[in-house]
Ligand binder design. Structure first.
Ligand code: MEV
Length: 441
């Protein structure tokens, strides 16, 4: 066994894990960092240790606030967890801008979540279809103890569909199950139902009268929810007369700004290279709220990118129209999220985020998150077609540079004032600080 490999790592205590790490992989400073972050809040560390495996510390991210989000007539202050500078500032600025123009209007287009049981049966799809009514009844019956609670809350299994994949693989078929999971993301509920379905499938084919003995074998390959959620969809939209777009138009008339903005969105509909960056900007906002509320950003990203490709080409998730002197900008986005269960109540700050949002239902949180995505996209595209993004970005980055160069509070104040109307770069900031420090000597 290689000296650097280890058996039974998970059984070591946190201290032992860090000791082992520092013997083989980590300089002393790294060991101190792990302990410093963890010991700062031993109690919280204990909570988050329960979320994952082999935890030795925690990883701090900025938790910011974007106020002034007017969504469907209600004002929210939105929590955002993100490390990238400018994102929260951009969301806040777009929120304020649209608050003065009627705010965001949203529509829930669907709340369906999907799960699948993939299996192989050699009796032919036509025969499978004939057996399906009996099968469906038994599937629902056997899963009743798992679905009872969800049904009481208004959710449960809404549809079981039989899908044929025998054209791709002999005998391959699928139970595609649609669920309503109310305010929970529903992953555990869906997967439990699907695994129950898998055992029902096996017993059904073993015992059902209408199946000849040589076809009693069914091979269940796997049972798992799908993160493709095109039917768990929300639209957020802003609109205003072109004349109210305002004078932030950098030498352009409002009409020119509206048209340039529309064209920028159109380019993201036409060109995949641009579409990916455009959508990344949307997810800057979305992921930040997903993280702050203890939801699963990998699931929502995967769903969004698949949805962006639904017509065979990866495109912008947002759309823009300028017609009859009205500027309209909207985003349709799948968001399979929850406001109960999972980390939402376990992570103390996720719980606080939800409280700050007024303990929303899952559909209400979908409306909020989609609006933050749209605001973020609006801010990015507006910068791109006017000032370019570097101006704002480097202003925010200035603080990072100042921190990196160990600027004092007074130096930070002076630097922020000095760079108010100048181009920020690492070299320029270093030079300015050197000058300040020389004069101070
Ligand atoms: C940067 O994180 C995001 C942007 O590139 C998005 C965009 O180009 O639309 C500014």
């Amino acid at each position: 066994m290689d000296q650097k490999s280890i058996a039974g790592f998970s059984k070591l205590s946190k201290e032992e894990k860090i000791d082992w790490l520092s013997r083989h992989f980590l300089p002393q400073s790294g060991k101190e960092h792990f302990e410093e972050f963890w010991l700062q809040n031993d109690q919280i560390q204990r909570i988050i240790d329960g979320f994952s495996e082999n935890t030795v510390s925690n990883f701090i991210m900025p938790y910011g606030l974007a106020p002034n989000f007017l969504i469907d007539g209600k004002v929210y202050c939105v929590p955002m967890v993100i490390e990238e500078s400018s994102v929260v500032a951009a969301a806040s600025s777009a929120a304020k801008y649209w608050m003065d123009r009627g705010g965001f209007t949203t529509t829930i287009l669907g709340t369906v979540k999907v799960g699948q049981v993939h299996f192989i049966w050699k009796g032919g799809f036509t025969q499978l279809q004939k057996l399906f009514p009996d099968l469906e009844q038994i599937l629902r019956q056997n899963a009743a103890s798992i679905t009872a609670n969800m049904e009481k809350r208004g959710g449960g299994i809404s549809e079981i569909e039989l899908v044929d994949f025998s054209h791709s693989e002999p005998g391959l078929a699928q139970l595609r199950v649609r669920f309503q999971t109310c305010d929970s993301m529903g992953a555990n509920f869906i997967n439990s139902v699907l695994e129950n379905f898998a055992s029902t499938l096996e017993s059904f084919f073993l015992n059902h009268d209408g199946i000849p003995d040589h076809l009693r074998d069914i091979n269940v390959i796997m049972s798992i929810l799908s993160n493709h959620t095109p039917e768990c969809l929300v639209r957020s939209e802003v609109r205003c007369p072109v004349s109210q777009l305002g004078h932030a138009s950098h030498g352009m008339t409002e009409t020119q700004l509206a048209e340039k903005f529309r064209m920028a969105v159109r380019i993201a509909q036409i060109d995949t290279y641009r579409a990916v960056t455009h959508n990344k900007g949307i997810y800057n906002g979305i992921d930040a709220v997903i993280l702050a509320t203890g939801n699963d950003f990998r699931a929502t990203e995967a769903a969004g990118h698949a949805y962006a490709s639904r017509n065979g080409q990866y495109k912008s998730l947002s759309d823009c129209e300028v017609a009859d002197n009205v500027f309209r900008f909207w985003l349709d986005i799948p968001l399979a999220i929850g406001t109960v269960g999972g980390l939402t109540s376990l992570h103390p700050l996720a719980k606080t985020s939800l409280e700050m949002l007024g303990n929303p239902s899952a559909p209400e949180l979908m409306r909020i998150i989609a609006s933050v995505g749209l605001a973020q996209n609006f801010a990015a595209v507006r910068s791109l077609v006017t000032t370019g993004i570097q101006q704002g970005h480097m202003k925010m980055h200035l603080l990072n540079i100042l921190n990196h160069l160990n600027a004092t509070e007074a130096e930070t104040r002076q630097s922020l004032a000095w760079f108010e109307d100048k181009t920020v770069s690492f070299a320029a900031v270093r030079e300015y600080l050197e000058q300040l420090r020389q004069y101070a000597e």
